[in-house]
Design a protein around this ligand. Structure first.
Ligand SMILES: Nc1ncnc2c1ncn2[C@@H]1O[C@H](COP(=O)(O)OP(=O)(O)OP(=O)(O)O)[C@@H](O)[C@H]1O
Length: 877
């Protein structure tokens, strides 16, 4: 449905549309007119008088003429759209209102013209003329507008006793009433008429008019007892003043309805067939009246259109999609006054009814198919033309997405570096102070770089081999492997960081940082000689022993015998705690030493003992001799001199405190033992050593040669095994750091190592045995451990990147700058990765821990090489 457009373009059609304004046709009242016929012959014969007078164009007045017997009417004037008196002809009735409604059909607007009134009031007489005029005007309009195509369909039906008959097909059965969603109520089996059938229509109308003329003479005897409907349906292409698509078809119909007489049955004095006819007529008219009355009230209540065939067929015309005009005909005779009054009341109700007419546009099947075909062709053309563009567009969208990603990544990096730059700028003052400090971050980071590089080369040789012992170079590049540094078989924890360190800040200065000497490591571990490896040392061959400790024990046993060792143990049990010697002044009275039985009962230890490479075992005899010569070159040869306090002091004062030197010393002691009992000299040595305040070295001497306290090789082995297991189990650096904080160079350290080794071996055997085939022990190579570290680092890196937002990371970096005083981004990042946590408090604690570690390392109290953060240590002054 398309609403009628209220535009100036409609003005040119007003002339032919008459007075009925189309612009207000969207919602309008039913056009109601009254026509009063003249008194007919019969009425005149009865000397009936006319009681109705049209006092204006739209007002009719009842003339009471002073007849006393006449029941007074409730009102005597009635106003309608138009009233036509006795002297008005049908053409005037048509021209003054009906024409405009009837011609709406050519513009696609439904219309209906009713004739309502009592029998013989002139309904048929009026409608016959109006239909003729309307059809004539419609055809004239069609002929006048040759630019438009019209299809006119004509049908005539009769509703008689609630049955619909086709008046143009006498033999047809009753017609069924169907509901069309687009065209409204239609009657099946419509007879189509074209312009060529115009003659037939006129013939029909002429016949009707002739019949009515005959009826006039017979009056009620020829009265129509049915409702006759002539329907003219017009299909056309849209006119200019309708806002409709050109491809649509206007579809409208005009109904000319000649109703049956509205008189009451009682007034007809009929019976039988007439009564039955009247009941049906009254039923239809009663329904029509009810519909009109309900519509006139304007309420949204149910309108009983389906109560009768008449109202059902005229549903659209009554308050629906149609313009409607009702001509109420009345007889002026006084004898018909009450009927006339009823008709006027009906007209008054009808006047209140509004309809909502619209232009009906219907897509015919042919037009619809054509339109769809056109649309399909257009879309196909568009698709063909747009295909390359679509592909190109998608490619460009992908490019844009990629560029967006790159831009975001670059923006992120830029922001990160900007924040770094700001942090550095803010801490410039602090940096200045740090530069003055020997422990400045830049120095540390530079040192870290260099150490990392060195560690890299060193890690390739980390397996303890004879060659590593042979290495005694003093060059800075090899300082990590010099004899003063504790060596271990595991991979360097720093190794995995070197790549990041060198990548992030390759320009860092590399400063030499000598390792903390091994002599600073307090190795006060006591070892129960008998349980060091579970071997029977009395049967040991010096070449076949597994480790240094076993070798020492073997040598001692060989020189002094088991009884001597037992004696030493007994003697040592009387000695005071060696740790107390540091705090207490030197005194010749020995305190009872703390006896800590260091047992290695675990399978891990036993495996290590069997698999770990022993310095001495792998030390070729020729090299050993070389070492001995070197030692003898510096100090008086132990082989040549018997061990004495001077020997011990000079030995520990010397820089050659490597394991080989210790072994040389032990060998010398062994040879000396062959000549003279050892206990006297050793007691003498101990007393004098304490007096000279070199208790650490005394402890070490004791550990090496007298009472079996932990000696360097054992400590190194524990450390090495621990680190290997750390690597094998991917133990985070934070744990390693905490562990090293426990190590204070005391006898109790062995307990920590023991527990740690047990725990790690359990972890490795339980969780890492399947994934890490190399496991722990000599199979762990630096390369494999490095790969493991890198894997762990990558894994943690992913986790950290997921866990930390950039804001958190920046906060973390800032915290690092403050706490660690390190601008070395790679160190910070590495720590961040290793800590593997999102809890910033924990990270801060870790940072504080690292700072503490750095201080710990710098103070010389920790074996820096054993720390993953050893490279952070400063150059010794
Ligand atoms: N305006 C008129 N001028 C002259 N004669 C008229 C007029 N109206 C009606 N008549 C005549 O009155 C007679 C009855 O008219 P008509 O048949 O049209 O009435 P009706 O309302 O159709 O009756 P029915 O309901 O019984 O069909 C006819 O002979 C007709 O010629």
């Amino acid at each position: 449905m398309v609403k009628i457009r209220d535009t100036a373009s409609m003005e040119d059609t007003k002339e032919e549309q008459g007075n009925f304004p189309l612009s207000n046709a969207e919602e309008e009242r039913i056009f109601v007119s009254i026509r009063v016929r003249p008194l007919n012959e019969r009425e005149r014969a009865r000397h009936d008088v006319s009681d109705w007078e049209c006092i204006s164009a739209n007002t009719i007045k009842f003339k009471n003429n002073g007849h006393a017997e006449q029941r007074p009417l409730s009102m005597d004037t009635y106003t309608y759209d138009r009233v036509f008196g006795e002297k008005c002809n049908t053409k005037q009735v048509y021209e003054q209102g009906i024409k405009d409604v009837a011609l709406s059909v050519v513009r696609g607007v439904n219309s209906s013209i009713f004739a309502y009134g009592q029998t013989s009031s002139g309904k048929t007489h009026t409608m016959t003329g109006i239909t003729e005029y309307a059809v004539r005007d419609i055809y004239e309009y069609i002929e006048k507008h040759k630019e438009r195509e019209f299809v006119v369909k004509f049908s005539a039906m009769e509703i008689y006793n609630e049955a619909v008959r086709d008046l143009l097909n006498a033999g047809a059965t009753s017609l069924r009433i169907l509901d069309d969603p687009e065209k409204g109520t239609v009657v099946e089996k419509l007879t189509e008429e074209t312009l060529r059938e115009r003659t037939q229509l006129h013939q029909l109308l002429s016949i009707c008019a002739a019949e009515r003329t005959t009826e006039e003479t017979a009056m009620n005897e020829a009265s129509s007892r049915s409702h006759q409907i002539l329907r003219l349906t017009v299909e056309s292409n849209p006119c200019d003043y309708v806002d409709a698509a050109r491809s649509g078809v206007l579809f409208a119909s005009v109904n000319f309805v000649d109703l049956a007489g509205s008189e009451r049955a009682s007034q007809t004095l009929s019976a039988g067939t007439r009564l039955r006819e009247g009941s049906h007529i009254n039923r239809s008219l009663l329904s029509l009246g009810t519909v009109i009355r309900k519509l006139s009230k304007g309420r949204n209540e149910h309108v009983p259109y389906r109560d009768s065939k008449l109202t059902r067929i005229l549903q659209n015309s009554l308050g629906g999609n149609a313009r409607t005009a009702i001509i109420c005909t009345i007889s002026p005779a006084r004898s018909q006054s009450e009927q006339s009054r009823n008709t006027l009341l009906f007209a008054g109700c009808a006047k209140q009814v509004t309809t909502n007419a619209r232009v009906n546009q219907v897509m015919s099947d042919k037009v619809l198919v054509k339109q769809l075909q056109k649309e399909l062709a257009r879309l196909e053309i568009e698709l063909r033309n747009s295909t390359p563009n679509t592909i190109l567009l998608r490619e460009r969208e992908l490019q844009i997405q990629k560029m967006d990603k790159v831009i975001k990544e670059l923006t992120r990096e830029r922001d990160l570096f900007q924040s770094c730059a700001e942090n550095r700028h803010q801490s410039a003052g602090k940096d200045q102070l740090l530069r003055d400090d020997k422990y400045s971050a830049s120095e540390l980071s530079g040192v870290a770089n260099k150490l990392l590089r060195r560690t890299d080369s060193a890690s390739e040789n980390l397996k303890i081999t004879t060659s590593s012992l042979q290495h005694n170079g003093n060059s800075d590049d090899d300082f990590l492997l010099d004899g003063n540094s504790p060596t271990f078989a595991g991979p360097d924890p720093c190794h995995g960081w070197e790549e990041m360190a060198s990548r992030v800040e390759p320009e860092d200065d590399c400063k030499e940082v000598p390792c903390i000497e091994i002599k600073e490591v307090e190795t006060d571990h006591k070892i129960n000689v008998k349980s060091s490896s579970g071997n029977d040392h009395s049967e040991l061959n010096p070449v076949a022993v597994d480790n240094t400790n076993d070798l020492i024990v073997y040598l001692l046993k060989k020189s002094n015998g088991s009884s001597q060792i037992d004696k030493v143990d007994q003697e040592s049990s009387k000695h005071p705690d060696i740790n107390n010697l540091e705090q207490e002044p030197a005194t010749p009275q020995l305190k009872e030493p703390q006896k800590v039985s260091y047992t290695l009962p675990t399978e891990v230890e036993r495996k290590n003992s069997a698999s770990s490479v022993c310095y001495e075992d792998n030390l070729p005899e020729s090299k050993l001799q070389t070492t001995e010569r070197k030692s003898s070159g510096k100090k008086s040869s132990i082989h040549e001199r018997n061990a004495s306090v001077e020997d011990v002091e000079s030995l520990w004062d010397s820089d050659a405190e490597d394991t080989a030197s210790v072994l040389n010393f032990v060998v010398g002691m062994n040879e000396r033992a062959k000549q003279k009992p050892l206990d006297e000299d050793m007691d003498d040595i101990m007393v004098r050593a304490r007096a000279s305040g070199i208790n650490k070295r005394v402890n070490r001497v004791k550990g090496v040669s007298l009472i079996g306290t932990p000696e360097p090789c054992n400590f190194e082995r524990q450390l090495r095994d621990t680190i290997q297991l750390w690597d094998a189990c991917n133990i985070p650096l934070v744990h390693r750091s905490y562990f090293f904080l426990l190590i204070k160079g005391e006898l109790s350290d062995s307990v920590y190592f023991d527990v740690e080794l047990r725990r790690l071996s359990f972890l490795r055997d339980t969780f890492f045995s399947a994934t890490n085939s190399t496991g722990h022990g000599s199979d762990v190579t630096p390369n494999s451990s490095l790969m493991s570290l890198n894997r762990e680092r990558k894994m943690l890196s992913k986790q950290v990147h997921k866990k930390f937002s950039w804001k958190e990371k920046n906060e973390l970096y800032m915290k690092w700058d403050v706490d660690l005083k390190s601008k070395h981004r790679s160190v910070q990042l590495a720590w961040c990765l290793w800590t593997n946590t999102k809890d910033l408090n924990h990270v801060r604690e870790s940072a504080a821990l690292v700072a503490k570690l750095v201080g710990f390392i710098n103070s010389g109290e920790a074996p820096k090489k054993t720390f993953g953060l050893g490279f952070l240590s400063r150059r010794k002054a």
